[in-house]
Write a protein that binds this ligand. Sequence first.
Ligand code: UN1
Length: 497
Amino acid sequence: MATPTVFKNFINGEWVASKSGETFENRNPANTDEVVGLFQKSTADDVNDAISAAAEAYKKWRLVPAPKRGEILYKVAQRLLNDKESLSKDMTREMGKIIAETRGDTQEAIDMTFYMAGEGRRLFGFTTPSEMQNKFNMAIRQPLGVCGFITPWNFPMAIPSWKMMPALICGNTVVIKPATDTPLSVVNLVKVCHEEGIPAGVVNMVTGAGSKVGQPIINDDRVRVVSFTGSTEVGRKVSEGCAPKFKHSCLEMGGKNVQIVMNDANLELAVEGALWGAFGTTGQRCTATSRLIVHKDVYKKMVDMMVAKANALKVGNGLDPSVQMGPCVNQSQLDTVLSYVEIGKKEGAKLVAGGERLTGGDYDKGFFVKPSIFADVTQSMRLWKEEIFGPVLSIGVFDNFDQAIEMANDTEYGLSASIYTQDINNAYRAMRDVYTGIFYVNAPTIGAETHLPFGGTKNTGNGHREAAAATLEVYSEWKSVYVDFSGKIQRAQIDNQ
Ligand code: UN1
């Protein structure tokens, strides 16, 4: 077998080995015989070097005019577009999701990079009248310094780009720790940034474990913003780690997203939506549909249609274009899925599809599981409450619209939700009353676009949003500037009364 490629850290414009001298393996979750590459098992020393490089580079990068920073990002975006196919194939090999979806992931990074390149000529602040004569007031954005990113494996390139591109356009520098399951996609992204002209030290990458690399990023005083996407449990630790130094933290965490189906819905469409929402990305999206609640009049019919369609989904290696669902990303995710199947059965929910690992032939080499559906799930069950992050859909029933809203909001999370209905009044009421950061009408809970704010309420986030101009609030701080051209002292709130 060919010796696997060794990928290095990227610090101060150079590819460097970790001071630990150790590496870790990244294997293909669809075929664990395949080693995608060896990556640096880094330590706090490597993180220190990366932060030093970023802190030094910040001195110059913050002074590069934003439109110039934007010109580099345009080149980065164009290059990602040119290389889209190979980047997407690498991503499927390390993460498992099907090639159509990894193309979407790469496209999301392209979209975000073009969007933020354009921000280089906006980054709008505002002017406003002064309460004094001969005085000029304005509010402008300023960068913060070094930003540390801890990114997840489910969107290996899109999510790093959501953090990196706005940070860069605002004039910050970056240290990123990719997920250990998907470092190659971040290596690829960082390589493009470097080759297309981002100066040395502005973007740095250190691979390795959360405890060894993520924690030192959070602890280092020179890091002023930490942006994290992952579980609520880890997000809480990030938040606590940032609090003593009043570091800004932007947290995107769990979801338990609901699709509501009313009795007037186009059922075919609702089934297609739920299927895509629940089993797209093997259910491994923060935005995945994990609860489907259906009006009692159409409940049985909808469950039957879902079961038939779920059983017909082709599961396999995501590089085969006919495959509709890839494997779980690793053994531990697979174990979590199977453990929730047992929990669901014990709780008395009705397993109507899947519920087991796929075995035999090539399946034995990967973390494949059948698309799984539980019916008759009720609000007291763990299946209803807990994020599974796998292809397990829980279906419940409701009597009327008000009950549907109450059930939709009965969760500790608040990322995404959707309603299928033909009744415009109910669509708008649901839009108003379901307390989430993202809401869809007659569309699944997944599929956010990069020019709208992305994030959630309650335990999903800490009030910040990624994407769109909204994320500039994370990567810049307001500076209010008062210019007095009266030539005399003017006392605000006093002299103009
Ligand atoms: C995520 O699952 O963390 O809206 C991100 C979507 C994608 C992004 C998902 N555009 O489903």
